[in-house]
Design a protein around this ligand. Structure first.
Ligand code: ZN
Length: 379
C-alpha cells in the first residue's frame, strides 16, 4: 500500500520576498537564477496532482532559538541589518554584494575586522551569488520556520507510522514523507557565512531542532539520529561545516566533482574528532547518467545510511542534477527522478524533503514531483 498524500509545507513569506534583480556568472551580469518562478513552477505541478500532494500554507513561529543553534549571532545580526546599512552607505539598491572577500592568503596577514558594511559584506559572504535585499532576512527566516513546521509534523507522522507498523496495518516499506517547498535554499550557508544563494541552512536548523528536543528519544535512549542525504548537484559545504565535528547527524552527499563550490566536497573530507566517519562525500563526474546516479545512491544507502540506524532521513532536494539545467547538471533525465525517490523510500524511514537547487524552470515541477512521487510509490 502506498501513502495517499504527501503534505507540502510552504509560504509566500519565504518563496516570493527575496528578489535580487541580477547576479554575475562567468563575469557576465545575468538575471538571478534562484528566483520565485522556480517555486511557482514546482507548486503548480504539485497542485495539479491533488491525488498525491496536499498544500499546507501554514507557518508556525519557532522563534530565534533553533536558528541560533546553527548560525552565529554576529552573522545573523549582519543578515538582519546589512541592507539598511548598505543603502545608508550608498550601496546599489539591487542588494549587498561584497567587493573584498578575506581570501585565506589575505586573511593570514592580519586580524583586522573592520565594522563598516563593505568589510562585513566580505567577511560574512564567500561569493557573489548571495545578494542581500531588503527582505532577504525575512525570507530566509520564514524558510527556516516553514522547514521547522514541517519537521514538527515529521515527528507526529513518524510516531503514527511506528504505531501502525506495530499494529500491522502499515508496511515498513512505505514510510511517510513530507516536503518543505522553501527558498532561499540553505545547504551552502555555513555557521557564519552565506553564499551559493543560501543564507540560513534550513536542513541544518531542522536537524539540530530534532536532536535538541528533550522528549524525543532515539533507540538507544539518546537523541533521535538523523541521516542527511544531500542530492543537490553541488556539494553542501554549509551542512558539512556545521556538523563536521559531531556524529549526529550523518551527512552524506552526492555531487559534482568538478564544480561549484570547488573548494569542498572531496571524499577525503570525512569529519573530525567525534565526527570522524560521519561525513560521506561522493563526488561524481559530469557524465553521470540515471543508471550511474541511482546505482551510486543505492550503494551509499546500503553502505552508510542503513548501518547508521537513523530515526529520520532529511533530504537536501536539488534537481540541478538535471541534464538541461542552465547552470549545472549531470546527465540525469526526468525519468531518473522517480527512481531516486524510490531508492530513498526503500530506506524505510520517515523522510523530510527540503528544497535546495534546480534551475530548469520548465522541468522543475516534473523533476521534483518525480522524486516525491517515486518516494510515495506512485511513479
Ligand atoms: Zn545546487
Amino acid at each position: 500500500m502506498s501513502h495517499p498524500l504527501m503534505k507540502v509545507f510552504t509560504s509566500t513569506l519565504c518563496t516570493t520576498l527575496h528578489t535580487p534583480q541580477y547576479e554575475f556568472l562567468s563575469g557576465a551580469q545575468t538575471h538571478y537564477y534562484e528566483s520565485p518562478e522556480r517555486l511557482e513552477a514546482i507548486l503548480q505541478y504539485l497542485t495539479s496532482n491533488p491525488d498525491s500532494f496536499e498544500i499546507m500554507e501554514h507557518v508556525e513561529d519557532f522563534g530565534y532559538e533553533p536558528i541560533k543553534r546553527v548560525h552565529k549571532q554576529d552573522f545573523l545580526e549582519y543578515l538582519k541589518t546589512a541592507y539598511e546599512e548598505w543603502i545608508k552607505e550608498g550601496g546599489h539598491p539591487n542588494g549587498v554584494l561584497p567587493a573584498t572577500i578575506p581570501h585565506f592568503k589575505l586573511a593570514r596577514l592580519g586580524k583586522l575586522r573592520p565594522s563598516n558594511i563593505l568589510a562585513k559584506s566580505g567577511e560574512f559572504c564567500f561569493d557573489l551569488s548571495a545578494v542581500i535585499t531588503k527582505d532577504t532576512f525575512k525570507a530566509a527566516w520564514n524558510a527556516a520556520q516553514v522547514t521547522l513546521t514541517a519537521t514538527k509534523d515529521l515527528v507526529r507522522i513518524s510516531d503514527e507510522f511506528e504505531k501502525s507498523v506495530a499494529a500491522g496495518t502499515v508496511s515498513r516499506e512505505n514510510p511517510p514523507g513530507l516536503y518543505a517547498l522553501v527558498r532561499p535554499p540553505g545547504h551552502h550557508a555555513q555557521s557564519d557565512v552565506c553564499g551559493g544563494y543560501c543564507f540560513m541552512n534550513n536542513v541544518a536548523i531542522a536537524t539540530q531542532w530534532l536532536i535538541d528536543q528533550p522528549d524525543l528519544k532515539g533507540k538507544d535512549g539518546g537523541p533521535k539520529k538523523i541521516a542527511i542525504l544531500d542530492i543537490d548537484f553541488h556539494h553542501g559545504n554549509g551542512t558539512q561545516e556545521i556538523f563536521y565535528t559531531v556524529s549526529n547527524p550523518l551527512y552524506t552527499s552526492l555531487h559534482s566533482n568538478e564544480d561549484y563550490p570547488y573548494f569542498s566536497g572531496s571524499d577525503l573530507e570525512k569529519g573530525e574528532g567525534e565526527g570522524l566517519g560521519f561525513n560521506i562525500n561522493i563526488p561524481l563526474p559530469h557524465t553521470t547518467t540515471d543508471d550511474d546516479y541511482v546505482e551510486t545512491l543505492e550503494k551509499l544507502i546500503k553502505d552508510h545510511v542503513i548501518p547508521y540506524q537513523a530515526d529520520y532521513i532529511i533530504v537536501s532536494l536539488g534537481v540541478d542534477t538535471f541534464k538541461d539545467d542552465p547552470i549545472a547538471g549531470f546527465l540525469v533525465t526526468s525519468e531518473g527522478y522517480p527512481r531516486i525517490g524510490n531508492a530513498i523510500r526503500k530506506i524505510g524511514l520517515p523522510t523530510l524533503f527540503v528544497q535546495e537547487g534546480g534551475y530548469c524552470i520548465e522541468k522543475l515541477g516534473i523533476n521534483v514531483g518525480g522524486i516525491l512521487k517515486g518516494y510515495l510509490g506512485k511513479a
